[in-house]
Design a protein around this ligand. Structure first.
Ligand SMILES: [Zn+2]
Length: 417
């Protein structure tokens, strides 16, 4: 019988389901890729005596990381200098022709790095969905958000028609849990009419939408005053100077809604903007290490969470971030925002799934969800056990990653009893 159809028990010294209390000597029963039972090893073992058992007595099992905003097609090597967002972006654009030669390799490596860091779900954005083949091959579950750039295509209706058609094409023949959706890249690269049309079309289709929003001081300046270095990215962008904040502007062109995930929200997000985010039901992806590298400030995620905005974590790509390890990203957020470990572990897993509208399928160890989890080399006994586990996962302590019951990374195959 194929591995995924056989009932198997994965047990560990500690199981942290995230959606329920931790279980000492806990176990999950996996059948046909899904979690069929969660409990103590004793109880689950008694109930399913014929299931094979893989027991990691000195390890902790947690849900896999859900990376809600990333770009796979960048590499660690030769990142453009940070400091300012517009300076970095100008360098990146200059190097796009040279980048074509290594994007696919970078995407493979980025996906691999994420897997070895316990990631099970990846929301990736790339131009026209160019990194979909590497995501689909990786074994990860995930979504490619296909960015489109109207100045390369034509009039707004033509550009939107093109990207909708492109996404339909990308969806053909994909593995079961890999998907393609649309991304309206940003307020300074996609004109308002194309943005509005794309948001309407995707809403009509019941699709999801990804955007970058309120990321940098330069974006705030462009949207508000129509000036600054982003007024000349690609070509002359003449739609700035709205007198609005990026969040208000995005609302005015109908980009915000429950199906939309907005990355960053790092600079210039006021209380009034948070009100708009909460009212429209948009989700946020927090990428604090990228924000720091690009001089983009600190996102007010604590206030956003207090107001009921769904907040997830994202690594962004390797040209603005030091790693594809979402647990490391989360640990950085813990320091920055003063979160406890439990909040961090939740943000990296279940909240990521909620932000992407996937919480019925993944994000915690609960009966009925896909068996997406990571095995971590840690058996915490201190006051903040989730933090201990996050620290281990951030520091190379992931020893196995399982997606839909299938091991896609296993460093201790055969070593556990
Ligand atoms: Zn991004």
């Amino acid at each position: 019988m194929p591995e995924s159809e056989e009932a198997r028990i994965f047990a560990a010294g500690l199981v942290m389901p995230v959606s329920a209390s931790e279980i000492r000597d806990g176990a999950i029963l996996v059948r046909e890729g899904h979690i069929a039972a969660v409990g103590t090893l004793e109880d689950v073992g008694r109930e399913y005596p014929d299931a094979g058992v893989r027991y990691f007595p000195h390890y902790t099992i947690i849900p896999g990381a859900v990376n809600a905003h990333a770009h796979l097609g960048f590499r660690r090597k030769d990142a453009p200098e940070g400091g300012t967002f517009a300076g970095w972006l100008a360098k990146l654009i200059e190097r796009l022709p040279e980048k074509e030669a290594w994007t696919a390799e970078a995407a493979r490596d980025s996906a691999r790095e994420a897997i070895e860091a316990g990631t099970t779900f990846m929301a990736e954005s790339s131009p026209y969905g160019e990194c979909l083949p590497q995501l689909a091959e990786s074994g990860l579950a995930g979504t490619v958000y296909a960015e489109f750039f109207p100045h390369e295509i034509g009039a707004p209706d033509e550009a939107v028609q093109f990207i909708i058609g492109k996404v339909r094409e990308l969806r053909e023949g994909l593995p079961e849990r890999v998907d393609a959706q649309v991304s309206v890249h940003s307020p300074y690269t996609v004109d308002p009419e194309s943005s509005r049309l794309a948001a309407r079309r995707t809403r009509e289709e019941g699709w999801h939408l990804a955007i970058h929003l309120s990321e940098s001081p330069e974006e705030v300046e462009f949207v508000g005053d129509g000036t600054g270095r982003l007024a000349n990215i690609f070509a002359k962008n003449d739609w700035g100077g709205t007198g609005l904040s990026p969040v208000r502007y995005a609302e005015s062109i109908e980009l915000l809604g429950p199906q939309t995930i907005a990355a960053h929200l790092a600079t210039g997000v006021s209380e009034e903007d948070i009100e708009v985010l909460a009212r429209t039901g948009v989700a946020a992806a927090h990428c604090p290490r990228s924000n720091e590298y690009l001089g983009c400030g600190v996102s007010p995620v604590t206030r956003m969470m207090e107001r009921g905005v769904r907040v997830a974590m994202g690594t962004d790509g390797l040209w603005s971030s030091p790693s594809m390890n979402l647990f490391e990203e989360t640990l950085f957020a813990l320091e920055l925002q003063g979160f406890e470990g439990a909040t961090g572990l939740r943000l990296a897993t279940l909240e990521g799934a909620r932000a992407l509208g996937m919480e019925a399928e993944t994000g915690s160890l609960a009966v009925g969800k896909w068996a997406d989890f990571a095995v971590i080399e840690a058996l915490p006994d201190g006051a903040d056990p989730e933090r201990e586990v996050l620290e281990a996962a951030a520091g190379g302590g992931v020893v196995a990653t399982v997606v839909g019951g299938r091991s896609i990374y296993d460093r201790i195959q055969g070593a556990a009893g």
